[in-house]
Ligand binder design. Sequence first.
Ligand code: COA
Length: 261
Amino acid sequence: MYSTLITTLNEGIFTITIHRPEKLNALNKNVFDDLDKAMNEVYSNTEIKSVIITGSGTKSFVAGADIAEFSSFNKEQAIQLSQRGQQVFFKIENCPKPVVAAVNGFALGGGCELAMACHFRICSENAKFGQPEVNLGLIPGYGGTQRLTQLVGKAKSMELQMTAQIIDANEALQLKLVNHVTAVENLLSKTTEILSVINSKAPVAISKIIDCINTAVVSDTSSVLGYEKEAHHFGDCFNTEDMKEGTAAFLEKRKANFTGK
Ligand code: COA
């Protein structure tokens, strides 16, 4: 049913595993199409009470958007890519059923953005988080400029996005980016344990909590503008030499040499 996801349904918990292990589960067009479909299934299937999103293997949750796929895009294609990613992630964020990210390794770029679109995050000790897009001459395009700021505050969000620093699980916990850190082998059992508690509560009340809390952080016009601005600024970066250099350097496995053009 899905070419890039493995899904299971157990006692009301629907687990979506992003499965592109050879590319560290990077998000390409097919993953977005599959995630969109999987979320439609979550909205419509009454047997699903809550959702876990995780990555295949123990090395990576999601290592970002697929850099090879977008490296030759023009500005318009880049804006569309960003808007498509934002739309799928809004579907996750606004889901009336709880969606929790079980972060099992690298959550970089689009991976960190996917985790942040979930209602909360639990990670294993080997998890690593970051928005390293500036290394590619880019900015986050799937809501990262907005959601990281909501979660860790303006100053830390500025520092993390401008330095491209990768942080470990304990720092993510300190910054309140994740709610719990577990041993690698306990990640899914801990996540399931929390969701089992939530699944025993009244589903209508749970959906109202999600809606009210989302409204507390994303309803004002400035945050809508923030997402629009992000998509257009993401597109603007595709008109720069630095973006071409940054993505080429990643694909050629070398350090980028930025010139400011
Ligand atoms: N897009 C496309 N391919 C990716 C990818 C991404 N975001 N992240 C990893 N891959 C691919 C690599 O190109 C490599 O493919 P190959 O074997 O065909 O060469 C494979 O996944 C394994 O990655 P590799 O870099 O060899 O693993 P590593 O352990 O040395 O490094 C990372 C792991 C996560 C540090 C490194 O892959 C990385 O920096 N990825 C990009 C992170 C990023 O900038 N994300 C934001 C994108 S907007």
